[in-house]
Design a protein around this ligand. Structure first.
Ligand code: COA
Length: 385
């Protein structure tokens, strides 16, 4: 009989060369480059190419890839029409999952996936990868206007993914500092080893489903509050606390009721998540730029971090990436229910890198289970029960 490990904790489900976490030291690297280095020096486009192909690109390669992405920002008219019929109250993650899944009908060509154990049609793989990564951000930003009854803002192919995202959200020329912060947020969320949504992408990918199915499944998995949905919960929590002097009592009340503190804790990290450290530094820079004037939410967050370090530090529970990302997005004027969709925009890079790794050396996932149900028994007709 196999061992059963709840949540598959510690079970290696694949071999991967894409990213690495040292949870004791609080280190995360993509393809051997530390996250701090990439956040300092790279762009989302370059980091995406690094994740997908394993090496930092030459200038020519990067320009070619960036150009390809920009060419694909525009969303097909029919998809836009379909989105017009979505209920305005629908959650952006449901919108994104549905829209990405529908893209699969408009961009066919899956022969390489249906005929072989190993897909070698590099054109198909490259084109679908570019198409999905390019279209995620415009879909999210378009929805912001459409759900309010307005026409979406057209994408601009002279802007980076981060700049265009802010432009399509706000309709204004993106502020360079905000665009840089958005770019860093995209880098930080782009990849994170074998988390729940990436595992879901591997499982779907291993059946040779199309990349659109793979990514829409991963979006659904990311939407849960124990995964990507936590950043929205963090902001709601901080608003609910309301002021710095109420933090201690609020945290203690939650812990007494055995409720989680949103944005705290991580299966992999036993110290502060390195992404949370980078985000809190970015916040400091933004505060400096604005002469110290920022929403009180940041101060409440810092106090929650301090109180939780005291109450939960001995369990290795510290802030994770979701703790600060929501506060930053909210400073950019992005509504809370869109935070997880932004996470998905960034993570599409990591999901597709794992999808490519999976199909280059594929075996379908088929784990086992430990049956705990009843023995074989006789069927009783409904009239005799
Ligand atoms: N608030 C309060 N206590 C927490 C906690 C949190 N956010 N996260 C973990 N703990 C406690 C658990 O209750 C458990 O305590 P116990 O040993 O006394 O039972 C201990 O820390 C170990 O946690 P565990 O539930 O085993 O961790 P996990 O690896 O199964 O779960 C998460 C990881 C992320 C699901 C969990 O930390 C969580 O729910 N966090 C809040 C949601 C969140 O921010 N998710 C985003 C992740 S990026």
């Amino acid at each position: 009989m196999s061992d059963f490990l709840p949540g598959l904790e510690g079970v290696a489900a694949t071999k991967s060369a894409i990213s690495f976490i040292d949870g004791e030291k609080g280190l995360l690297s993509y393809r051997g480059y530390s996250l701090e280095t990439l956040a300092e020096n790279s762009t989302f486009e370059e980091t995406t190419l690094l994740l997908l192909e394993g090496e930092l690109p030459t200038a020519t390669k990067l320009n070619g890839f960036t150009g390809q992405l920009r060419k694909h920002y525009r969303i097909k008219y029919h998809i836009r029409e379909m989105m017009r019929h979505f209920p305005a109250t629908g959650h952006p993650m449901d919108m994104l999952q549905t829209a990405v899944s529908s893209l699969g009908m408009f961009y066919p060509g899956t022969e390489c996936l249906t005929n072989a154990d190993v897909c070698e049609d590099t054109n198909y793989i490259r084109n679908m990868t570019v198409n999905i990564i390019a279209q995620m951000a415009p879909l999210v930003a378009m929805w912001e206007h459409m759900r309010q009854g307005y026409d979406p803002i057209e994408p601009r192919d002279d802007l980076s993914v981060a700049e265009n995202l802010l432009y399509m959200f706000t309709g204004k020329e993106p502020d360079p500092m905000m665009a840089r912060i958005m770019d860093v947020c995209l880098i930080l969320h782009a990849e994170h080893t074998l988390n729940a949504s990436t595992f879901s992408a591997l499982v779907s990918g291993s059946t040779l489903a199309t990349p659109y199915s793979v990514i829409s499944g991963a979006i659904g998995t990311l939407s849960g509050p124990l995964h990507g949905g936590a950043n929205q919960q963090v902001l709601t929590m901080l608003k609910e606390i309301g002021s710095v002097d109420k933090v201690e009592a609020w945290v203690d009340g939650r812990l007494k009721n055995k409720e989680v503190i949103w944005g705290m804790g991580h299966r992999e990290y036993k110290v502060k998540d390195p992404r949370a450290t980078i985000l809190s530094k970015l916040f400091g820079q933004l505060m400096e730029e604005r002469g110290g004037t920022l929403d009180d939410t940041f101060e409440i967050a810092m106090k929650v971090e301090e109180v939780c370090a005291d109450r939960l530090g001995h369990k290795g529970v510290y802030p994770n990436v979701d703790f600060y990302s929501g506060i930053l997005y909210s400073e950019m004027g992005i509504p809370a229910d869109q935070f997880t969709a932004l996470f998905a925009v960034a993570r599409s890079a990591g999901w597709l890198a794992h999808w490519r790794e999976q199909i280059s050396n594929n075996r379908i996932y088929r784990p086992t289970q430990i049956y705990v149900g009843s023995e074989l028994r006789d069927y009783t007709p409904v009239s005799q029960r």
